[in-house]
Design a protein around this ligand. Structure first.
Ligand code: PMP
Length: 447
């Protein structure tokens, strides 16, 4: 059903190329999804290791999510923000039961971009300051202010962005010359005696101090934004202690800490339900999106009562936010995560997966780094024996080949040389074995 392939190809190639981009030579035209599997217009099956970029958190066409949305569809699709419906409150109640006690006020939005935008407004209203710091290599959204907060050049148009945004050095243990303790961020249970106060963490914190000292008027700041693990930036994990010390430092300069949990939230990282928990902190604001409603447009900002009270001088209106269908899906996602022990599953399958990737790394010197935790994993590909990136052309061909052999992965990182693995959280050991055998074939071909 729908348009013929020829027609789609015509729209893609001749009529609308600037607006519709494909990560493959030709657009992957998907027709159907079932849990961790996707099917294209010709019935070819793919293992989805990207999860619709993490959005389909518990699986495509998950029975319980479909049932919850169908049930809601029969009664009420949507009100506006001016009216309320009970699904919103059911969602808020369930969501906040998963968060630290002080994070109890929930704003509903439609996307991660909107959520982070609102977090900026909240931070400025509450602190009375205007400057915001985020980390190099971060991705936080694509509106004009998000283009300023986001520090990946590949997502920034060459246009002026709003003032008052600054980027601190990302504590990237693989890429950054100061390194960082690799054992303490590894999920493979090797013992690590690192206290989190290693020399590299000191240096990254000193660099953040420099940003505060030299770039910010009066050294007073509204907020520091960080992902708990950088997602689009290539699954970059920070050395132990960095986030905790950064939060403390920002507080001393009058600012609050915003945890962008758009990718790391909802049990994906395995050890903890939220990524920030593994840094041993409680943020002042948390932003959520992507997997929150298993693919329906839905997002949230959660904060404290004190911060929210500073934001009451004007209304927050957002036509579609808190959409009834999305809220119903959001409630169902939280139930499924609990009922199906998803967090524990992510931990166990993630550990199995990363061990297989480490074995691949021992065989193939193009795998410069294997990292991540739970079902947020990555391989950074390099020219053997160096840290130089594998060429863009090679990465694109390899990515395409993986697809041709039935495995969809993400391509990211600051140099586009990272294969990202963020599947729906229902993948099995057999799926991991299949993926690893395909990686093996493709790396052989490209080594
Ligand atoms: N924050 C992070 C960490 C993200 O990965 C993304 C999306 N890639 C966003 C924010 C923006 O979310 P959205 O695309 O829903 O606007």
């Amino acid at each position: 059903m729908g348009l013929s392939w020829e027609k789609v190809d015509d729209i893609f190639l001749t009529k609308n190329p600037p607006a519709i981009k494909s990560i493959y030579e030709k657009p992957l035209l998907l027709h159907q999804g079932h849990m961790q599997w996707l099917y294209d217009h010709e019935g070819r099956r793919y293992l989805d290791l990207l999860g619709g970029i993490l959005t389909v958190s518990v699986g495509h066409y998950h029975r319980k999510i479909v049932a919850a949305v169908e049930e809601q569809l029969k009664t009420l699709w949507h009100t506006t923000t001016l009216y309320r419906h009970s699904k919103q409150f059911e969602f808020i109640e369930k969501l906040t039961s998963k968060l630290p006690e002080k994070l109890q006020v929930v704003y509903l939005t439609n996307s991660g971009t909107e959520a982070n935008d609102l977090a900026i407004v909240l931070a400025k209203c509450y602190t009375g300051h205007n400057d915001i710091i985020s980390l190099q290599n971060s991705y936080h959204g694509n509106s004009s202010s998000m283009m300023a907060l986001t520090a990946m050049q590949s997502f920034r148009q060459p246009i002026p962005v709003p003032p008052g945004f600054h980027h601190a050095m990302v504590p990237d243990p693989f890429r950054n010359e100061w390194g960082g303790c690799r054992d303490c961020i590894s999920q493979v249970p090797d013992s690590c005696s690192c206290t989190g106060d290693c020399l590299s963490t000191d240096k990254y914190i000193d660099q953040l101090k420099e940003v505060l000292e030299f770039s910010i008027p009066n050294r007073r700041v509204a907020a520091f934004f960080a992902e708990s693990i950088q997602g689009a930036g290539g699954i970059v994990q920070f050395p132990k202690g960095y986030i905790k010390r950064a939060q403390q430092l920002i507080k001393e300069h009058g600012g609050i800490f915003v945890a962008d949990e758009v990718q790391t939230g909802f049990a994906r990282t395995g050890d903890t339900f939220w990524g920030f928990e593994s840094h041993g902190i409680i943020p002042d604001i948390v932003t959520l999106a992507k997997g929150i409603a298993n693919g329906l447009p839905f997002a949230a900002v959660v904060t404290t009562k004190e911060i929210a009270e500073a934001h009451t001088k004007a209304n927050y209106f957002n036509t579609f936010s808190g959409n009834a269908l999305a809220a119903a899906a959001g409630v169902a996602v939280l139930e499924v995560i609990d009922d199906e022990n998803i967090q524990d599953h992510c931990k166990k399958i993630g550990e199995y997966f990363i061990r297989q990737l480490i074995q691949l790394q021992q065989q193939f010197p193009i795998i410069g780094d294997v990292r991540g935790k739970g079902l947020m994993l990555a391989m950074e590909l390099v020219r053997p024996g160096t840290k130089e990136n594998l060429s863009d052309d090679c990465m694109i061909r390899m990515h395409q080949r993986l697809k041709d052999l039935g495995v969809l992965t993400g391509l990211g990182g600051r140099n586009l040389n990272v294969l990202k693995i963020t599947p729906p959280m229902c993948i099995t050991k057999e799926d991991v074995d299949f993926a690893v055998s395909v990686f093996n074939d493709v790396f052989k071909q490209f080594s």
